[in-house]
Design a protein around this ligand. Structure first.
Ligand SMILES: CC(C)(COP(=O)(O)OP(=O)(O)OC[C@H]1O[C@@H](n2cnc3c(N)ncnc32)[C@H](O)[C@@H]1OP(=O)(O)O)[C@@H](O)C(=O)NCCC(=O)NCCS
Length: 241
């Protein structure tokens, strides 16, 4: 069985990534540049490196209270290996945490030329559909998104999709009982789309950004080793028979 790939070639012990010598990348390029190369198949321009670096930095961690960090730490506290706890943390990401990026970008792209955007948003709200990329459990404002959009404007990546994301946020907030900021998933999805990224790779961008944060949480958990994390009995209300 033959497998075809355009990613990596190893010939006589010499490795190339997307046609670039790995030895040259090690000596001359940054991790962010190499990530861009392996995902997009070409070296990034300076502005692309800066933007991708800012996106990865913005999503590196969001505290111990997130579903992924909590899960990773609980699993680590049960004396599992680092990679088991890390995988558990990644698997805790879902449409409400860390995985809204793809659907957010798809919605913005699909509605790029929608002349009835206001009505579309109203219809979805009436159907109680939550728009991916908006809202936050604890934040009124998402400074990560605000900073990223500012950088996108400066670097020339605030294009059609970022404009639609901003317009969607404005309309959604006109009809929402609760203030729903454009969150990190929404901002990342919009900017990555304006950078030409396919939505189908975007969850991978978020996971790549969050893995160092999860590793830090797991390392802290196993270093402190304060014992098995579990609910205490007074935190459990039995409401059955
Ligand atoms: C992130 C999220 C789970 C936080 O939820 P929350 O703050 O606990 O929100 P609540 O469940 O208290 O909802 C409050 C109100 O806002 C609405 N709402 C919340 N997020 C919404 C969204 N993205 N789109 C439309 N309405 C939304 C709810 O329907 C509810 O309306 P109602 O009072 O008329 O019933 C939620 O905003 C959401 O599902 N967002 C979309 C997914 C997403 O982007 N996730 C990534 C988060 S970084």
């Amino acid at each position: 069985m033959k497998w075809e790939t355009k990613i990596t070639n190893i010939n006589n012990g010499q490795e190339t990534i997307r046609g670039k010598k790995l030895s040259s990348l090690i000596n001359n390029n940054t991790f962010t540049e190499t990530i861009f190369l392996i995902w997009r198949g070409r070296m990034p321009k300076t502005a692309e490196t800066k933007m991708l670096d800012a996106l990865l930095t913005a999503a590196i961690d969001h505290g111990i209270g997130t579903a992924s960090a909590m899960t990773a730490r609980i699993v680590a506290s049960a004396k599992n290996s680092l990679h088991t706890a890390l995988t558990a943390g990644i698997l805790a990401m879902g449409e409400r945490h860390g995985s809204a990026i793809e659907n957010a970008a798809k919605f913005f792209i699909e509605n790029k030329n929608n002349k009835n955007l206001v009505q579309t948003i109203k219809d979805l709200k009436d159907k109680k559909v939550r728009l991916a990329g908006f809202g936050h459990a604890v934040l009124e404002r998402d400074e990560r998104s605000e900073n990223l959009l500012k950088i996108a404007k400066k670097l020339g990546f605030f294009k059609d999709i970022c404009k639609i994301a901003t317009a969607t946020g404005k309309e959604l907030n006109n009809i929402s009982t609760k203030h729903l900021p454009l969150n990190i998933d929404g901002a990342m999805g919009a900017i990555l789309a304006d950078m030409g990224f396919d939505p189908n790779i975007m969850k991978g961008v978020f996971i790549t950004a969050r893995v160092p944060g999860l590793v830090a949480h797991i390392y802290e958990e196993i270093t402190n080793d304060t014992g098995l994390r579990r609910l205490s009995e007074n935190e459990i209300d039995y409401i059955g028979k």
